[in-house]
Design a protein around this ligand. Sequence first.
Ligand SMILES: C[S@@+](CC[C@H](N)C(=O)[O-])C[C@H]1O[C@@H](n2cnc3c(N)ncnc32)[C@H](O)[C@@H]1O
Length: 277
Amino acid sequence: MNRPIDTLISVDKANKDLAEDYAESLNITFCETELSDGLSSKAFAKKMADKTEKDCILLMDEAGLHLQMLQPAVFKIQVNFVSSQMEYRRIKGGGRNQLIAKAVGLKPNVSPVIYDATAGLGKDAFVLASLGCHVLMAERNPWVRVLLEDGLRRAAIVAKDKPELKVIIERLKLVATDAEELFKLTHAKPPEVIYLDPMFPHPEKRALVKKDMQMLQYLVGEDGDAENLLNRALSTEVERVVVKRPRTDEAIASKQASYVLEGKRNRYDIYLHSGKT
Ligand SMILES: C[S@@+](CC[C@H](N)C(=O)[O-])C[C@H]1O[C@@H](n2cnc3c(N)ncnc32)[C@H](O)[C@@H]1O
């Protein structure tokens, strides 16, 4: 298998053991190094590139675990549920009036239990949890999973002093498996919604694709089995299956959606279990 990453480098003594555990779980090389003050981005990239055969590494620094691209451009990205961007979305994002809330069927005092079968960087799951839903996330890609796991870990630390964040983070659970395993689980409270947002090819120019999407493309590529996943979700007893798609793309399944909600960039194809409204 062509692995996109072969090395995890820790430049943070405090989290060295954790970084080593992550490297071991991914079966990649672990090394530690120190960065001198004032290192230019070019010098930094060179120092890191000397330790890997790939275009990127996993980097543990004092701000947590990152995917660090070294070429063609030098940038890093991480899962950050406490960024100002996420906070802005949480507070000013439109609450239960936003499209994703309508798509999963949120109504006053109704907060469904959701399986997010394609967790990715957890952004949609976080929005849903901040709207009151309990979300069980599945992520099968080991590189994405470890970034998400570290994002949840850091958010839980920050949340200790922020009760409003703590309740949200406690509503999020991650399982590091293919969604198929999630569908087999028996739960005290089975889900009312399965949410799917598989990777699709991006025809746009690279510069137009957001950095986190570039990262997902690098790590995951395309989810070629999305139709199987949707059919499997539709074969469960769940009331509602929601598929997020780019607004103008074709539907994943030949089966007609019960209805569609369109936004500026994305749309949601909503499949209701027969007999339910
Ligand atoms: C477009 S990303 C999801 C982005 C996510 N909605 C967010 O807000 O960050 C799709 C993710 O789904 C994962 N995925 C696709 N099919 C899966 C499956 N059958 N089981 C588990 N994860 C899956 C891919 O590895 C990828 O990380």
